[in-house]
Write a protein that binds this ligand. Structure first.
Ligand SMILES: NC(=O)c1ccc[n+]([C@@H]2O[C@H](COP(=O)([O-])OP(=O)(O)OC[C@H]3O[C@@H](n4cnc5c(N)ncnc54)[C@H](OP(=O)(O)O)[C@@H]3O)[C@@H](O)[C@H]2O)c1
Length: 328
């Protein structure tokens, strides 16, 4: 089978499609013929060589897929060869065949297309859990999202109206990405700069925001604290630059504002609470099947096109969500 392999830390010069043996499932696993796979920034961070991502090189990227069950391992119940599914594999999903834990493999409801479904197991499930679990979103909240023009930013904007609606304010690293954020549902999108706190405060009539979703390490934490309304939640869920992170704010600052500072990790949840993650995947699929949730995706024609798309993500040029067509 064909699979994307990252041979060493670096850029697309170290990413290549190779012919390798198809894997067979162990106990509790399924093998999936991959139809589409989602692209995610975590693969870019791994490729870049950020600490604590690749356990070894060569590394096989890809953490969300849609496809058809090809083989079922011992002890697996509720899944059969030929079932249409989505899955969140630990890695190696950018390949024609992938192994996934049955606990993180979810049947596709009728009517949900494999192409769009590939964005669910990591991207959309993370976005839902950021809002509902980590962020305790309630209808009417004002939400500030950094990197609003990207995959997660786009998905959050599509989910908020389905959770009762709220005011959406995004920030982007480049002014030209503001349009993508507005198109996905943000009322305001600001290029991050010295005056961003003022702009966010003005957009909220001086009140501030109820929830901040921040994947920028600690780089924007002062901004988050400056625009947090009393009682706000700030969810830290990434470190996009890969740089060193600063100390967290002093307790007195959190106490004075009745603020909650929390973290979220899809990988952590997959390892420690797969049922919670699988529930989120099911809930998102139901929202798609009901016709309420649409997430436009950009489809790449094959695995050979992935390294250039990773380049665009790494350089901050990409907008929206990318999936790649892998199989038939
Ligand atoms: N904790 C979790 O479980 C989890 C799960 C999924 C995603 N995430 C995080 O959520 C964020 C969005 O993920 P995604 O897959 O949807 O990717 P994405 O938003 O489509 O692309 C990543 C974005 O990060 C921003 N960025 C900021 N500093 C950067 C830098 N130094 N180099 C490159 N990009 C930089 C860029 O947007 P701007 O320049 O507009 O800010 C870029 O477009 C990522 O940071 C990712 O690590 C975390």
């Amino acid at each position: 089978m064909r699979a994307l392999v990252m041979t060493a830390p670096g850029g697309s010069e170290n990413s290549q499609v190779q012919e390798i043996a198809a894997p067979h499932p162990g106990p509790g696993q399924v093998a999936i013929d991959v139809a589409h796979a989602g692209l995610n920034f975590v693969d870019v961070m791994t490729r870049r060589g950020d600490a604590a991502y690749a356990a070894e090189w060569p590394y096989r990227p890809g953490k969300e897929v849609s496809g058809t069950v090809r083989e079922v391992g011992a002890g697996v119940t509720g899944l059969a060869v030929g079932d249409r599914v989505v899955a969140a594999p630990v890695g190696a999903g950018l390949a024609e065949v992938v192994l996934a834990e049955a606990a993180l493999t979810v049947p596709l409801p009728d009517g949900v297309a494999l192409r769009e479904a590939a964005a669910v197991p990591l991207g959309l499930a993370t976005s839902l859990l950021l809002l509902t679990d980590a962020g305790r979103f309630t209808a009417g909240d004002t939400v500030l999202v950094h990197s609003a023009g990207g995959g997660i930013g786009n998905a959050v904007a599509r989910l908020v109206p389905l959770l009762g609606g709220g005011r959406l304010i995004g920030t982007v690293g480049r002014a030209e990405k503001a349009a993508a954020a507005i198109a996905s549902g943000y009322q305001h999108a600001f290029a991050r700069g010295d005056d961003t706190a003022e702009a966010v405060r003005a957009a909220t009539g001086g009140r501030g925001v109820d929830l901040v979703l921040d994947p920028l390490g600690t780089a924007a934490l002062d901004l988050d604290l400056a625009v947090a309304a009393p009682g706000a939640r700030i969810v830290l869920f990434g470190n996009a630059s890969g740089g060193a992170v600063a100390d967290l704010p002093p307790l007195s600052r959190l106490m004075a504002g009745n603020l909650t500072l929390t973290g979220f990790s899809h990988r952590g949840l997959a390892a420690t609470a797969p049922d919670r993650l699988a529930r989120a995947i099911r809930r998102v699929l139901d929202l798609v099947a009901d016709g309420g949730l649409e997430l436009p995706v950009t489809e790449l024609p094959g695995l050979d096109a992935v390294p250039a798309a990773h380049d665009a993500m790494q350089e901050g040029r990409a907008t929206g969500k990318y999936v790649v067509r892998v199989g038939g």
